[in-house]
Design a protein around this ligand. Structure first.
Ligand SMILES: *Cc1c(COP(=O)(O)O)cnc(C)c1O
Length: 354
């Protein structure tokens, strides 16, 4: 891909407070931008990070035809920079675009754009342990038109944000509550694609949970309000007896790349890893029998997020005495080990940016 580069007049990096930046607070010097007009993608450009010109009638603002991704670049032990599973993120991006009636960029354009930003802003890929450069590719309907139909113009962009250690004070299990008033997704809807509508639908529930002292919501299925779906914007795993269990991808759950990595590692370690529905009452039963070992979430931002406590209706369930479990810890260490080039990349997950 041919990319026209317009360099930022000066880097903002020296002025940025990079001690331990919170998620999505600071942005690097450059961004990728490419427009879709008249039935095709136009010139690929790398330009200084900054405001976008747009009209108030821009379609995405009104009807939400938007898709995004989130992946990370890591500084390797030997100083090189590598992306974690970018091909897998592209495949999900293309699937999400199809569902939102957005013309997808090609694999070459997606990977090329991500790498171009990382290469240009390589100085923004942190050296510190536990830090990384978060990449946010996204596409939105950029036609100025209020009629209800798929837009005829789109803009594809990639921005980059250096992020600090998710667990500043060590991995701490969180308290969660199920939501009986709201649902996240129903079959046939948008639950299995990465689009802002899912987040918009979840924010009020998350806010109410926070007001009641919980970190996030455990989403139950839309029909019976009984089966576990996701935890916040993460996939969910339970360890019951000797089994690692996660809900199956049946249309309401986001197919997480971290989820896929957890399943691959568990299988390689000879752990029984199964994809099947888990009823919330099954957790209580397992607790009763003493077989409930661990519950944790998985996602790009935190990698693994252990759950210490679950409130469901009038009852509360404590998991593993409120501490991180051994499998969650082992998975966290294994995945981050591969990401930072400290462990052998036996699955071929890392892709170098040269
Ligand atoms: C992005 C996302 C995940 C996690 O996916 P990863 O590929 O592991 O980062 C899980 N659930 C939702 C709703 C998401 O948007």
């Amino acid at each position: 891909m041919n990319i026209t580069v317009t360099k930022a007049p000066a880097s903002r990096r020296a002025q940025a407070n990079l001690d331990n930046p919170a998620f999505g607070e600071i942005f690097s010097d450059h961004m990728f931008l490419m427009n879709y007009r008249d039935g095709g993608w136009g010139a690929a450009t790398l330009i200084p990070y900054g405001p976008l010109p747009m009209l108030p009638s821009m379609s995405a603002l009104h009807y939400g035809q938007i898709v995004f991704e989130g992946l990370k670049a890591f500084r390797q032990k030997n100083g090189a920079v590598a992306l974690f599973r970018p091909q897998k993120f592209y495949e999900r991006f293309a699937r999400s675009c199809r569902r939102l009636a957005i013309p997808a960029v090609s694999r070459e354009q997606f990977i090329g754009a991500v790498k171009a930003v990382v290469r240009e802003d390589a100085a923004w890929v942190p050296q510190k342990q536990g830090h990384s450069l978060y990449l946010r590719p996204f596409v939105f309907a950029s036609e100025s038109f209020l009629g209800v139909r798929a837009s005829r113009a789109y803009t594809f962009m990639v921005i980059a944000s250096p992020v600090g250690n998710y667990y500043k004070e060590g991995v701490k299990p969180v308290r969660l509550t199920t939501s009986l008033a709201y649902i996240r997704a129903a079959k046939g809807g948008l639950g299995d694609v990465k689009t802002p509508a899912n987040y918009a639908a979840s924010l009020l529930a998350a806010e109410e949970a926070r007001e009641q002292g919980f970190a996030q919501v455990i989403w139950l299925d839309a029909i019976e309000r009984r089966y576990l779906e996701e935890v916040g914007a993460m996939n969910i795993f339970c360890v019951i007896g000797g089994e690692l269990i996660t809900p199956p991808l049946e249309g309401t759950i986001l197919p997480g790349v971290t989820r896929d990595s957890v399943l691959a590692l568990a299988k390689a370690w000879g752990i029984a890893a199964v994809e099947r529905r888990i009823a919330i009452d099954e957790l209580y039963d397992a607790r009763q029998k003493g077989t409930l070992r661990e519950v944790f979430g998985s996602g790009t931002a935190a990698v693994i997020s252990p759950v210490g406590e679950i409130r469901h209706g009038d009852t509360t369930l404590t998991v593993n005495g409120g501490a991180i479990g051994p499998l969650a810890q082992r998975l966290y260490d294994a995945i981050t080990g591969i990401q930072y080039g400290e462990a052998a990349d036996t699955f071929g997950w890392m892709e170098k940016v040269e």
